[in-house]
Design a binder for this molecule. Structure first.
Ligand code: CAA
Length: 384
């Protein structure tokens, strides 16, 4: 067993760290203004970070999942909003098209998605599974599609869609045969601007405010049959497999938030004095920092294990759920402790740790709540 990163992995980690330090500025201001990181995403694309696991023949970086989580942690450490834009594009959209797409779909959609650019314009994807009445219970898709000649006609609504107002390509899940339950769900590639497809309300959120989240509507929206992703009725499995990978990415995003919380706390504890000494010398603070560091290392090992298993072609649903469950939990805890260590300063915007808490909370909710991760883990245990 080897716990050392390879030289290649170290270089990727360093490149992501350097990129984040040099290019991801003004996270506080963008958070306050709920402003999408328009200037940053194309640069991430140029670095190969928007299509990390896409093969080079489709303009991707051709890297493995371990590289992806290393980069995700570094980017999210500076701004978790940028992290989620990157994560959805990589693991939920590019991965699905690369794995299940036809050659024509890959040429048309995967190429520009992998660089996040098309003709100099921002080009990213969104993953549209959740609905107003179907979040955790994802098999109950009310959005439906019927075949009309050489088109599928989509009707329905989607909620809480990351990259919703900025995406060019949407993977939309819809029921094509209600009688078959989860085996009657199919996946469609929908282009922005398609008639009958409307980008609706942009949400005002607790955290990850500079990523954009919105609801979508489909009214007699005609999608050419060649835009079905994978076979008819395979949509739910495509969603679940994509989420297996996606959850590792969100776990890495949580690691970034936890690592930032720890780093800021160590720095502050060395500078701030109380009772005649730096607060780092108080045992109460040392215990908090030691716990934060221990939990962060534990979570990182779980994330790397899940990514490594994915790279080895092993089954990894359970490990993906475990790493998301644990990393999101310790990220919320680390952010709370960071606020406590910073005292009054922790409660105000300037010291950033209050944003970490707001950003961390969503990692316990999206791409499957912690309760859903428990279901996935427990069912897998019972299967053994
Ligand atoms: N890989 C492949 N197939 C899978 C699978 C997986 N990981 N998980 C389930 N399946 C298959 C099952 O084998 C079953 O197939 P058969 O019909 O052939 O037997 C089928 O899918 C149905 O599975 P279940 O019976 O287990 O389905 P369920 O109704 O009990 O639901 C669930 C299981 C785990 C709760 C699932 O509904 C789920 O994950 N819910 C959460 C959804 C979610 O994560 N939403 C996030 C939205 S996306 C998002 O947040 C992105 C963003 O913008 C950031």
């Amino acid at each position: 067993m080897n716990f050392t990163l390879s030289e290649e992995h170290k270089l990727i980690q360093e490149a992501a760290r350097d990129f984040a330090a040099a290019e991801i500025k003004d996270a506080i201001e963008r958070d306050e203004a709920s402003e999408f990181p328009h200037a940053i995403i194309p640069k991430l694309g140029e670095m190969g970070f928007m299509g990390m696991m896409v093969p080079p023949e489709y303009d991707g970086a051709g890297m493995d999942a371990v590289s992806y989580v290393l980069a995700m942690e570094e980017i999210s450490k500076v701004d978790a909003s940028v992290g989620v834009v990157m994560s959805v594009n990589n693991s939920l959209v590019c991965w699905g098209i690369n794995e299940h797409g036809t050659e024509a779909q890959k040429q048309k959609y995967l190429r520009p998605l992998a660089k996040a650019q098309n003709d100099g314009k921002l080009y990213i994807g969104a993953f549209c599974l959740s609905e107003p009445d179907a979040g955790s219970d994802a098999t109950h898709q009310s959005t439906n599609a019927y075949l009309d000649g050489d088109h599928w006609v989509l009707n329905g609504a989607k909620n809480w869609i990351t990259n919703g107002t900025t995406a060019e390509v949407y993977l939309v899940f819809a029921t094509t045969d209600k009688s078959k339950g989860s085996r009657g769900i199919s996946c469609f590639i929908v282009e922005r601007g398609t008639k009958g497809f409307d980008v609706l309300k942009k949400e005002k959120k607790l955290g990850i405010r500079s990523s954009d989240t919105c609801s979508l509507g489909f009214t007699d929206c005609h999608i050419p049959t060649e835009n079905m992703l994978g076979p008819e009725g395979e949509g739910f499995k495509i969603a679940m497999k994509s989420l297996d990978g996606g959850r590792i990415g969100i776990a890495a995003q949580a690691l970034g938030i936890a690592a930032a919380s720890l780093e800021k706390s160590i720095k502050y504890a060395g500078e701030r004095k109380s009772f005649g000494k730096p607060i780092f010398e108080h045992q109460a603070i040392q215990m908090k920092l030691a716990d934060m560091a221990t939990e962060l290392d534990g979570a990182r090992l779980l994330v790397l294990q899940a990514a490594w298993m994915k790279d080895q072609g092993m089954k990894y649903s359970r490990q993906s759920a475990m790493c998301k469950l644990f990393a999101s939990r310790i990220a919320v805890k680390a952010a709370l402790e960071a606020i406590q260590i910073h005292g009054g300063y922790g409660y105000v915007q300037e010291y950033e740790v209050e944003r970490y808490l707001r950003d961390a909370k969503i990692t316990e909710i999206y791409e499957g709540t912690s309760e859903v991760q428990h279901i996935v883990i427990a069912r897998d245990l019972l299967r053994d």
